[in-house]
Design a protein around this ligand. Structure first.
Ligand code: ZN
Length: 486
C-alpha cells in the first residue's frame, strides 16, 4: 500500500545498537538484526495494528462512484457510533462532490462505469489500558490521469467512557517544540528526505505552524502525518514519521513512556479443507454460477443453504479482508465442493495500481486464505472486471471474467435477476455473475438453482467450464476473458 511506503522507522534510531522492533505486519517472523536504514523500504507497522474490535467492510457500487469502506466495530457502542459517523461523513462528502446529479443518466451506468473510488481503511492501536487509537487512511481516486488524493483522520477514544480524546488533550507543554525540533533534524539529515524537503521547512515545521496538531499514538510511539505536497514533492505521497515514546518522555498525558508488551501470537497451521469429487457429464449442458464480494455471514450462508439443498456447486470470488473476518463461511464453501477464488484483498480498482501494489494485494490475500482455509487461491476475478494489460502482465493468478451479468447489485430485485437469466437463451458454457452480499441475490438463487436444474443444466465451477468446454487446465497468469464463456 502506497501510504506505508513512506513510513519512517525512527524506532530504529532508538535501538540502533540492538534489534529492530519494526514489523510490516504481524506475520513477519522474528525481529531481524538491524542495519540502520530509513526510507521507503523500511515501513513501520506496529505489532498491534488492526487489533481493536472486529473489522467491518462495506463495498458499494453506485456508478460512477464506488466505495470500499473498512472500519472497526468495538465492544463499546458509544465508540462505534462515533466511528460510524466518521465513515458516513466521508462517504457523504464524496457523494456530494462527485456523484452524477441526473438520475436517468446514472441508471444507464454499469459496474464497469465506476470511475471514482473512495477507499477507507484503518489501523487501530491499543495505546494504554484505557485508550485506543484509530487511524483512518482515506484514498480518493478520481480517474487514471489524476494522482490519488490521500488523507488521514485520527481518533483516540477513552475505552471506559467511549468519549473521544482530542490530540490537544493528550499533549503537554513543550510537546510541539520538541516534536518540531526532532522532525526538522530528522528530515534534514536522512535520505530520501534531506534532498527533497521544500526550502521553507523552518516555517512549515515550526511548533505553531499547525503540522503537529494531528498525531496517532501507537504501541511504539507517536506518528505524525504530513500531507502530500505540503513539505515534500507530491510524488512522495503522504509522509509518516514515528517518534518513539522515549524521545517525548513527560510530554504526553496519561501515556507511559514504555510501549505496552507485545503478546506473542500462537500460529496454528490450518489444514486444507477436503473436497468431494463430483461426476460431470461432458455431453450435458453446463453453467457456472459465481458470487463475488463475499463472504457474508448471512447472505452467503443462505446461498450455501440453497446449493446444499440441491446438492450443487458454485464459484465464490471472495475478498481477502472478508475471508479474515468470516473464515467459517469460506470453509463451508469448500466443504460443499464449491470453487473458491480471490476477488482481491479489499476490492481496489486494479487498473490504477502499481506493480508493487498489485503484488502486495496478492500477498495479503494469499495470506488471508492460507490462514483461514489452508490454501492459496489460483483463480482471480478482478474487481469491477478491471484487468488491463498492465494488470494481466503482473498477475500470477488465472484471471476470469463472466458472460452473463445479472446486475443484481443494481436492481436488488430477485425477479429482475431471474429475468436476466430467462432472457439469456442458451446458457451452456456460460458464467453467471452475481454477488454474495445481498439478500435479494440470495433470494434469487433460491429460484435460479431449481430453474437451471429443471432446464437440464449441470451446475459446475468456472474451472470446470474451462476444462469441459475448452479442454483447458487453469493456468496462472493467463487471462480468461469474456470470449471463453460465450
Ligand atoms: Zn466485486
Amino acid at each position: 500500500m502506497k501510504r506505508r511506503k513512506w513510513t519512517i522507522c525512527l524506532l530504529a534510531l532508538a535501538v540502533a545498537l540492538g534489534i529492530c522492533g519494526c514489523r510490516q505486519n504481524s506475520t513477519v517472523a522474528a525481529a531481524e538484526p538491524l542495519v540502520l536504514q530509513v526510507g521507503p523500504m523500511q515501513p513501520v507497522k506496529p505489532e498491534r495494528a488492526q487489533l481493536i474490535g472486529e473489522k467491518e467492510a462495506v463495498i458499494e457500487y453506485a456508478a460512477p462512484l464506488a466505495f470500499v469502506l473498512e472500519y472497526p466495530r468495538t465492544s463499546n457502542e458509544v465508540i462505534n457510533n462515533q466511528i460510524l459517523e466518521v465513515v458516513q461523513g466521508r462517504k457523504a462528502e464524496f457523494t456530494e462532490k462527485y456523484d452524477l446529479k441526473d438520475e436517468n443518466e446514472k441508471n444507464r451506468l454499469s459496474q464497469t462505469d465506476c470511475k471514482m473510488f473512495l477507499y477507507l481503511d484503518y489501523d487501530s492501536y491499543l495505546v494504554s489500558d484505557d485508550k485506543i487509537c484509530i487511524v483512518f487512511h482515506e484514498t480518493q481516486e478520481l480517474g487514471q490521469e489524476v494522482m490519488p488524493i490521500e488523507r488521514v483522520h485520527v481518533y483516540h477514544f477513552d475505552t471506559n467512557t467511549g468519549q473521544r480524546i482530542t490530540e490537544k488533550e493528550l499533549r503537554k507543554e513543550g510537546f510541539l517544540e520538541a516534536v518540531s525540533e526532532y522532525t526538522i533534524k530528522y528530515f534534514t539529515e536522512h535520505e530520501p528526505y534531506k534532498d527533497r524537503i521544500f526550502g521553507n521547512y523552518k516555517t512549515t515545521l515550526a511548533p505553531d505552524a499547525g503540522r503537529f496538531e494531528r498525531f496517532a499514538l501507537n504501541s511504539e510511539g507517536v506518528v505524525f502525518y504530513f500531507d502530500q505536497y505540503d513539505i515534500f514533492p507530491g510524488s512522495m505521497g503522504m509522509v509518516e514519521l514515528l517518534i518513539p515514546y522515549d524521545k517525548l518522555a513527560g510530554m504526553l498525558n496519561g501515556v507511559g513512556v514504555e510501549a505496552p508488551p507485545v503478546a506473542e501470537e500462537e500460529v496454528v497451521p490450518v489444514e486444507p479443507v477436503e473436497q468431494v469429487e463430483r461426476e460431470i457429464d461432458p455431453e450435458k449442458p453446463m453453467v457456472a454460477l459465481t458470487f463475488d464480494d463475499g463472504p457474508n455471514p448471512i447472505h452467503t450462508e443462505r446461498i450455501l443453504d440453497t446449493l446444499e439443498k440441491h446438492n450443487v456447486v458454485a464459484t465464490f470470488f471472495d475478498l481477502g479482508s472478508l475471508v479474515e473476518a468470516y473464515p467459517e463461511t469460506v470453509k463451508r464453501e469448500l466443504v460443499l465442493g464449491c470453487e473458491v477464488g480471490s476477488h482481491s484483498y479489499s476490492h481496489k480498482n486494479f487498473n490504477t495500481l502499481s506493480q508493487e501494489a498489485i503484488a502486495e494485494d496478492i500477498r495479503k490475500t494469499a495470506e488471508a486464505f492460507q490462514n483461514a482455509v489452508g490454501f492459496e487461491p489460483i483463480l482471480f476475478r478482478p474487481p469491477y472486471g478491471n484487468c488491463n494489460e498492465f494488470v494481466q502482465a503482473n498477475m500470477p493468478l488465472a484471471m476470469v471474467t463472466w458472460s452473463v451479468d445479472t446486475l443484481d447489485w443494481r436492481t436488488k430485485n430477485p425477479d429482475a435477476i431471474m429475468s436476466s437469466i430467462r432472457s439469456e437463451g442458451n446458457l451452456d458454457g456460460k458464467v453467471i455473475l452475481m454477488h454474495g452480499i445481498y439478500e435479494t441475490s440470495a433470494q434469487a438463487t433460491e429460484t435460479m438453482v431449481p430453474y437451471l436444474l429443471k432446464n437440464g443444466y449441470q451446475l459446475v465451477t468456472v474451472s470446470e467450464i474451462l476444462q469441459y468446454k475448452h479442454g483447458l487446465q487453469v493456468e496462472g497468469g493467463k487471462y480468461y476473458g469474456y470470449s471463453y464463456f460465450q
